[in-house]
Design a protein around this ligand. Structure first.
Ligand code: ADP
Length: 282
């Protein structure tokens, strides 16, 4: 059974302007799926629908076989965690208070957290390297530190499905690798299903079992990073020339941007590599 089945989902913020068009996507339990695509292609909107912040106007989303419209808000919060790109204006809660909020869906009927909640929060603070900030107000943290706190809160939820919207956007390179390693460890160790939006194709390629590429509100391609990261597909979707070869480790494709001064280097490759245009599926 799929952890998640997105069945012909369409959605628009305003009538007559479709943002998502007949999105079809299956995600296996325990899979790490990278979601990529140009700005405005609908990635964040899709994550919001998967967390039932919005409801599809057409189609269905099934989580563990059940229509998510039939789940209570508490059931969703117990099973699905969403780390948004932008956490918006913040009240100066401490870092520990924010991470403990992740335990709220599991503490119904209790006014306060219990020792287990505190242990889990402490573990996630430590995993994400923010334990030393536990008593700082969130408003006093850098963008990258905040990002790690919100990832810690999502992990404290102990979800089955983790939705990440550009989790690496504010992180330095050491913390990018550290956070992705932690998430992958949970993904491999406890079967956590992960969907992660990223503009860093190399990071997505290194960690994802499969990659889904969105264009104009539809899924244009889904497959392993080797299948999706081709020079022609990336040129068609992003309108940007790239060179794709192997990462020196040999394990994953490596995507290198070709800057304007380097186009002569790349020009000879275009005729051989650019053939298949990518059109949305509807
Ligand atoms: P992506 O994550 O791929 O950059 P988004 O899902 O954020 O794309 O946006 C897809 C489209 O929906 C864009 O054209 C964007 O302007 C529009 N959009 C996003 N959020 C809203 C909103 N709250 N109200 C109206 N339009 C929105």
């Amino acid at each position: 059974m799929y952890a998640l089945a997105v069945e012909n989902v369409s959605f628009g913020y305003t009538p007559d302007v479709p943002t998502l068009r007949n999105v079809l996507l299956d995600v296996h339990k325990g899979e790490f799926l990278g979601l990529i695509g140009p700005n405005g292609s609908g990635k964040t909107t899709l994550l919001r629908l998967l967390d039932r912040i919005y409801i599809p106007q057409n189609g269905h989303i099934r989580f563990n076989g059940r229509d998510i419209n039939l789940l209570s808000r508490t059931e969703i919060a117990q099973q699905i965690a969403f780390v948004p790109q932008d956490t918006g204006p913040l009240f100066p809660f401490t870092v520990l208070e924010i991470v403990l909020m992740g335990r709220a869906p599991h503490s119904r009927g209790r006014a306060f957290e219990n020792p287990r909640d505190r242990d889990i929060a402490a573990e996630m603070l430590s995993l994400t390297d923010v334990a030393h900030l536990a008593h700082q107000p969130i408003t006093a943290l850098s963008g990258g530190e905040r990002q790690r706190v919100f990832i810690a809160r999502a992990l404290a939820q102990q979800p089955q499905l983790l939705l990440l919207d550009e989790p690496n956007a504010h992180l330095d390179i050491a913390h990018q690798i550290e956070i992705f390693d932690i998430i992958r460890k949970l993904n491999r160790g406890s079967g956590l299903t992960v969907i992660s939006v990223s503009h860093d194709l190399n990071l997505a390629g290194a960690y994802s079992d499969r990659v889904a590429m969105m264009v104009c509100g539809a899924i244009a391609a889904v497959g392993t990073p080797e299948e999706v990261f081709t020079e022609s597909l990336i040129l068609d979707v992003f309108r940007t020339p790239v060179v794709v070869d192997r990462h020196p480790s040999g394990s994953v494709p490596r995507v290198t941007l070709v800057h304007s001064e380097q186009t002569s280097l790349w020009a000879g490759r275009t005729s051989a590599h650019v053939s298949n245009r990518v059109e949305p599926t509807s």
